[in-house]
Design a protein around this ligand. Sequence first.
Ligand code: ZN
Length: 158
Amino acid sequence: MEFTGYPRLCPCGTGSNYGVCCGRLISGAAQARTAEELMRSRYSAYALGELDHVFRTWHPRTRPDDVSPAPGVEFIGLTILDIVAGGPDDDLGVVEFIARMRTPEGADEMHERSRFSRRAGRWMYVDGNVPDVAAADDTPAPRTIELPVQRSTRHGQG
Ligand SMILES: [Zn+2]
């Protein structure tokens, strides 16, 4: 895989080189260990037009036929706001983020709480919803999503 023409710094904003950050996930050289890593790689894939990665990391149950973003949208920044579970030992996770973009109509942003599940060992994007902050100006009011997060209950309780 070549990264010619891609920015040296990863679009997802970690400050890491693209090749060692989302690039290795987008190229398929590595798998995301956490829901956050997958979320970042999907953002970077959108930013770079790597829609194959967006498609194959989208759960088949919820995946649209066309994963293209709206025409003319340029992704310019990502902020992760919250992470629930989604670790290397979890099967489910939630990542809340704001993706900033430029559109033909001007600056815009997408605020979403995304749900991820691990399927056959691989993290997949399931779906997302918009937190109830759109009308509340600048006061973030993160909403708790009911998720059947599997805790390690099978170890018994003493
Ligand atoms: Zn990255």
